[in-house]
Design a protein around this ligand. Structure first.
Ligand code: AQP
Length: 339
């Protein structure tokens, strides 16, 4: 059976981008067709300036939102990265296989290190090594597929390179995984600046739809989205990024999951004669898409022991799955097994 691994980072409140690009596909498809593991990758949140109490709060919130989005603990393992020691154990071995040039080339590293310096901070070494920890997250489970949004494709490519190199040097230990992406919604853009990704850690907020936004907030953000100077509703990402982003969001909402049969953004563009009507239809679609998630989240918040129990069981399952592979990797590189 195909094995799938993916995760979310508790660096902010989950966004519509996270949902359409990744989480929805995990809940509606991936957990039904595979042996699936989903993780709140909290260690990745420590790679930039952070507030410890906030990371803890956001970690539980992310796990609760994943359950509210439809992840079923009977079908998949849901856990927190720092609860499973195999991730950091393997990460060090992979650091001994990766080169600093490889991680310096990562686009997220380049973008985030610039952001950290602009804020007057220094760049943490973990920001540079974070893609190697992500490779360990995936390789420890011998995952075949990694369903992610477009921004993570480069990291999965690095993971593949490290798996191939490790196997060649030390003997076959890891599966070479591949990234999978949704048809639409793999890169949702900020509503106020449609040339940048809708990112959960970006400041401001007017261009970001959060999963827990109230319907009125969602409508306001979408109705105020920056559009382009033309009048016609056309799908052209380069020339009309604002309108194209709205069409992409609407198409992703109507698609009914990654394998659904809804209209594509280009086809949808023909149905609208004004930007206003497109914005209204998009706002309605997003409000309806997120309504059940918000409602289920509120119910789960009343039962935090249940959420923590799911995470505890998920970590036990994950650890049992990763342990033998990580032990094999330790032995393969020449470390003396502990008795
Ligand atoms: N805007 C987006 N459109 C589509 N997919 C997206 N993803 C993130 N942003 C978008 C996908 O969501 C999954 C979880 O993301 P993550 O928690 O690993 O964080 P990230 O990829 O670094 O992006 P964020 O949410 O914007 O966080 P920050 O601001 O901290 O960098 C991934 O599969 C991701 O591709």
């Amino acid at each position: 059976m195909t094995r799938i691994f993916s995760g979310v980072k508790p660096t902010g409140h989950l966004t519509l981008g996270n949902y359409l690009g990744a989480v929805r596909g995990w809940a509606e498809e991936d957990q039904y067709r595979s042996d699936a593991l989903f993780c709140v990758v909290d260690l990745h949140a420590l790679t930039v300036e952070h507030d410890p109490a906030r990371v803890r709060r956001l970690s539980r919130q992310a796990a609760t939102l994943l359950l509210a989005s439809g992840l079923d603990p009977e079908r998949c393992a849901l856990f927190v990265q720092s609860h499973v020691a195999e991730h950091t154990r393997l990460s060090y071995l992979l650091e001994c296989v990766a080169t600093d040039g490889e991680t310096r080339r990562m686009i997220q590293y380049k973008e985030k290190s610039v952001r950290e310096r602009e804020r007057g901070g220094s760049v943490r070494l973990s920001l540079l090594t974070y893609p190697v920890l992500m490779a360990a997250d995936i390789l420890a489970y011998r995952a075949d597929e990694v369903p992610v949004g477009e921004d993570q494709t480069q990291h999965v490519e690095l993971t593949r390179d490290l798996a191939v190199r490790f196997n060649r040097r030390y003997g076959r230990t890891f599966v070479t995984p591949r990234a999978t992406r949704p048809g639409f919604g793999a890169r949702i853009m900020d509503l106020q600046d449609p040339t940048t990704k809708m990112g959960k850690s970006h400041e401001g907020g007017a261009g970001i739809v959060h999963l827990l936004d109230e319907p009125e907030q969602i409508r306001k953000k979408i109705m105020r989205a920056v559009t382009d100077s033309g009048q016609e509703v056309v799908y052209d990402k380069a020339a009309r990024p604002g309108v194209s982003n709205l069409l992409e969001i609407l198409a992703a909402c109507e698609k009914g999951g990654t394998g659904g049969q809804g209209a594509n953004p280009e086809q949808l563009s023909g149905a609208f004669s004004t930007y206003g009507s497109l914005k209204k239809a998009t706002a309605d679609a997003v409000v309806e898409l997120l309504r059940p998630v918000r409602e289920r989240h509120a119910e789960l918040c009343a039962d935090i022991p249940y959420v923590d129990g799911v995470l505890g069981q998920g970590a036990e399952r994950a650890s049992a799955m990763a342990g033998p592979t990580v032990d094999r990797a330790f032995e393969a590189v020449g470390l003396l097994p502990a008795k």
